[in-house]
Design a protein around this ligand. Structure first.
Ligand SMILES: C[S@@+](CC[C@H](N)C(=O)[O-])C[C@H]1O[C@@H](n2cnc3c(N)ncnc32)[C@H](O)[C@@H]1O
Length: 252
């Protein structure tokens, strides 16, 4: 997977992409990231990338030309030529980024991410250049750099080979529409709080059943809205019905 990130502030990415799993994925050649400074593609003497809004009002708007020129140079496109890979504009007005969008994006070989800043980006970038527009949540950040990091991080861990255990992502919260079950590690008793006995039993089937029920219970208690879209078996439905009726007793 290759990410091209267009930004006015490439230094912001330094720490996040040079630590932990993203760093290892880059070193292993599973992921590559290129940061492109939009300012390098401004044509005027002062390399101006923003201007005041037509119609008045506060704030500065990122000019279209440097952004178009950066995307065209990075993808080797002629003016007006359609890109063959997703060109994603980060925007609080875009479709919401979820685990299933991350999985969808992870199927591509290359993604272009455009980070807006200031009051936003000239509308023609959205209309005539971007092929997708993504928001990481219903709030407004100062720029698209943190959203780009979020997308790179979430997509990278879905790239085959990045995580040691390839099955790990299938049990993650949101992967199958449920929140994940709780985790414990040594010691078995910490300050008098014991790990649930079933996890020490070595009984694999019982552990699987307990984890599934914990995932269902957590989702029911914290995010019942997710259950409508989750993939549920008959046993899951029966367990949830017991929860609804307040009849359930499972060890915590
Ligand atoms: C201050 S915001 C502009 C917000 C714009 N005035 C509006 O109300 O829609 C500047 C830039 O930050 C990025 N941004 C801010 N919040 C975001 C979010 N929730 N998701 C994705 N990008 C976001 C976008 O790239 C945006 O162009």
């Amino acid at each position: 997977m290759h990410f091209d990130i267009l930004t006015l502030f490439p230094d912001i990415f330094e720490g996040v992409f040079n630590e932990s799993i993203v760093k290892r994925a880059r070193e292993a050649g599973l992921v590559s990231i290129a940061l492109h400074n939009i300012r390098d593609y401004a044509t005027d003497k002062h390399r101006i990338t923003d201007d005041t809004p037509y119609g008045g009002g506060g704030g500065m708007i990122m000019k279209p030309e440097p952004i178009f020129r950066t995307v065209e140079a990075v993808l080797g496109l002629e003016e007006g030529q359609q890109p063959e890979v997703p060109v994603i504009l980060l925007s609080p007005q875009g479709r919401l980024f979820t685990q299933s969008v991350a999985r969808e994006l992870s199927k591509h070989r290359r993604l272009v991410l455009i980070c807006g800043h200031y009051e936003g980006v000239d509308e023609r970038v959205r209309q005539f250049l971007a092929t997708d527009e993504i928001s990481i949540g219903d709030y407004v950040l100062t720029g698209g750099e943190i959203p780009a990091m979020v997308i790179v991080d979430a997509v990278t861990r879905l790239v085959p080979g990045v995580l040691g255990d390839p099955g790990a992502t299938f049990e993650d919260s949101h992967a199958e529409g449920l929140l994940e079950y709780p985790h414990y590690t040594r010691p078995a008793v910490f300050r008098g709080w014991p790990v649930p006995e079933v996890l020490l039993s070595g009984h694999h089937a019982e552990i699987v059943r307990w984890r599934r029920q914990q995932a269902l219970r957590r989702t029911f208690e914290r995010r019942p809205d997710l259950l409508a879209k989750a993939r549920l078996s008959q046993a899951d439905r029966e367990f949830l019905q017991h929860l609804v009726e307040g009849e359930v007793t499972i060890c915590q």
